[in-house]
Each structure stands twice: as structure tokens, then as C-alpha cells.
Design a protein around this ligand. Sequence first.
Ligand code: NCD
Ligand code: ZN
Length: 347
Amino acid sequence: MSKTLTLTRPDDWHLHLRDGEMLKAVLPETARHFARAIVMPNLVPPVVTSDDARAYRQRILAALPEGARFEPLMTLYLTDETDPDDVARAKAEGLIHAVKLYPAGATTNSASGVRSFDRIQPVLERMAEIGLPLCVHGEVTDADIDIFDREAVFIDRVLDPLRRRTQGLRVVMEHITTEGAVQYARSDTGGDLGATITTHHLVINRNHILAGGIRPHYYCLPVAKRESHRRALLEAATSGDARFFLGTDSAPHPDPDKLSACGCAGCFTATDTMAILAEVFETSDALDRLEGFASRHGPAFYRLPENDTRIVLRRGAPRRGGGTLDTGAGPVTIFDPGFDLHWQVET
Ligand code: NCD
Ligand code: ZN
């Protein structure tokens, strides 16, 4: 008899859906398994105002396959010009569920991110008042800080001071990659700090990117760190600690943009995320904790109900992950975890 695993339908608390032809092709990959996703606003140009978010939400709904049920949870891209009243109105009408902070220049399409922390303070204070979470891309961008240290330095120099001067602000440390970030998330006991962990950071370390040939499809930001950090993330994800939840950071780029002399950052993991996670949690003897990580801790942090439908995964014959998703914007390589997948989502 084959083994099955029934889970409350999961949500993705950090997702890049893009726009246009790319949106059309990647959205079904998420909507097939996930009920909701926190949708990243780093389009070109970015989703900055509530009007932008309303229009983008409509484009996402229009791109859904016939009969699909999926709820995009919109975010605004924080800039030095963000208007606190616009943010508050968008939250009050139920349109947005978070505001995203990209330090200017930190990652893909972050050129209009935050430059002056003084100027965004009134927005942060309003968000603290109304309980709207700030999703943080936690990397400094200083040229003299080593890329592998950028998350750790951000926590010390930016995140911790920001949280101290903005009492009550709810913060999600997005796509954490280090043991230090795990420890920092655990240092909060007030329920105002959460951390998302991606699928790929539970699977790869920096050797996967750089040893034995350079592998652009494993390059993302924040860049994967050494193995001890991957282990710390795995321990956090499988610990049952509700401060840690799934945000895939699935970030599609057409292959020519990845396989270039200056390749884009991002791993496209939407397609097989649940199968990969089942494999990873099973190997860690923690299959019973997968539902918490993928389906329960996120809604609890975002103060939303858990989904009332389920998915069933079945353990069967091994298959290889990876492959290519053809999109109207060009081929996109699907993340290959480098091990066989035994689990498959059935419904
Ligand atoms: C993301 C993208 O491509 O939009 N890339 C990535 O490597 N994660 C941006 C981001 O979340 O940093
Ligand atoms: Zn992202």
C-alpha cells in the first residue's frame, strides 16, 4: 500500500508572479497546490500605490486558469515617497497584507527601494499602529560588505535598530539564509517577528552554486550560504516553531537572463515545492511538522484563517525534478533539487 499525506492546503508567504506572459505561465504552477500567496511587488515599474496593487491583483485574477481558486495577497513596494494614508486605506479595504522593504539595489528590480530610513519612519509607525506586517529583504548593499555577510550585517545595522525605534511593528524576515537569522527570529517572544524560509535554501548550500562548475539556476538572493547554515534553516523549518513558515521566493526568469555573463538572481521552485518539502521533511524524520510549516504558521502570523480545503500527497515511484516550463516570455528552468522525488501532490 502506498503512503499518503493529507495536509491543510498550503499558502506561499513570498512569491514572485511577474506580469504579462510570464504571469500567465507561472501562476497555474502555484495555484495548483496553494490557496493563497503573498505576492511580491517588484515589477518593472514596481507596485507602489494602492491603485497599482488593485490593478495588479485584477491582472492576476484574470490570468488564473478557468475554475482555479487562488487568492493573491497583495503587497506594496516601500519607497522613500510612500504615503502612510494610502497604505492605511489599502489595508482597511483588505487589499494589501504587507508592505515590502527592499534596500535600494539589494536584488532584482530593487532600484527604487528604500534609501532613507528617516523618510520611511512615518509609514513604519502607521503600520505598527494598524498591525500591517513589514516584509523585509534583509541584506545591506554596501560594496565593501562581502555578499555572504550581507544578511548578518543587515540584522545588526538595520533590522534591529529599526525594530527598536518602531515599537509594535510586525516584521517578517524574508527568505532567511543564516544561523544568525534563525537565532534573531527566535530572540523575539512577542509574536511580532516571523521568518520565511524558501524551498531551495533547505536544499542547497553555496557549493551547489559554485563547486564543479557554476550553476546559474541555483543563484538567488540572498545567496545560499555554507552547509552549517542550511542545517540551521532545516532545523528551524522542521522544529514546529511557529515563527518559521514557508515563503518559496519562487522567482522565474527566462533562461537567457539566467544563463548570461551577468545572470539574474532567482530560483523557480513553484512547480515541485510541496514534493521537495515532503522529501526534505521526511529525510529529517519530521513529516508531521510539514503542515505547520506550509499551512498553519503563516496564517497564524498574518492573522488569517487557515484554509478549509486539503491537499493529498502520495509516496510513489521516484522521479527526477527539474525540467523546463515553456512561457510566452521564454523557457524557464524549474528548480532541480538534485535528488529523486518520491512524493507527488494528487489533488
Ligand atoms: C527575486 C526576483 O527575481 O525577483 N530574486 C531572488 O533571487 N530571490 C528578488 C528577491 O526576492 O530578492
Ligand atoms: Zn523574493
